[in-house]
Design a protein around this ligand. Structure first.
Ligand code: FES
Length: 150
């Protein structure tokens, strides 16, 4: 992510320190992670201590300090999904994208995580990709959905 783009995002918020979380969220959304040099740039431009930014970036789950894939896949392993075959769905997703939960593929295309409930248990088994919910999954349907992402 180039410095010019980071500056544009910061300037959009009038360079106010109170917009720190908003700035971090926008950069995370666009770049999929927060490199250290980006955090330093934000600290400098917003005149906020680097340690404070680092604390926020590590505290909230929405932020990542390591590279993430363009698509974030969350497979629900909660009870309602589990009893409807979430484990088999997860196995198929892992096989389709070649990574395990907590990992990102080398092409930075997908990151995979498991979660305990996505709040739509009636649709189980469920997975979410980039905040879009895919429900009533079978292993085959999950693989088909994964295949639609570039
Ligand atoms: S247990 Fe999977 S959505 Fe609630």
């Amino acid at each position: 992510m180039d410095t010019e783009r980071i500056d544009q995002i910061i300037d959009k918020h009038h360079g106010e320190a109170s917009s720190l979380i908003q700035v971090l969220l926008e950069i995370q959304r666009e770049h999929h992670w927060l490199p250290r040099e980006v955090l330093w740039r934000i600290a400098e431009k917003l005149a906020v201590p680097f340690s404070r930014i680092q604390h926020i970036a590590t505290f909230y789950k929405a932020f990542s300090l390591v590279p993430k894939g363009r698509h974030e896949v969350h497979v629900c392993m909660g009870t309602a999904c589990h009893v409807r075959g979430a484990s088999r769905v997860l196995d198929k997703v892992q096989e389709s994208i070649g990574i395990k939960p907590g990992e990102t593929d080398l092409e930075l295309k997908f990151s995979l995580e498991t979660v305990n409930c996505l709040g739509c248990c009636a649709l189980g088994p469920v997975m979410e990709i980039d905040h879009k919910t895919h429900g009533k999954l079978s292993p085959a349907k999950a693989a088909k959905v994964i295949g639609t992402y570039e």
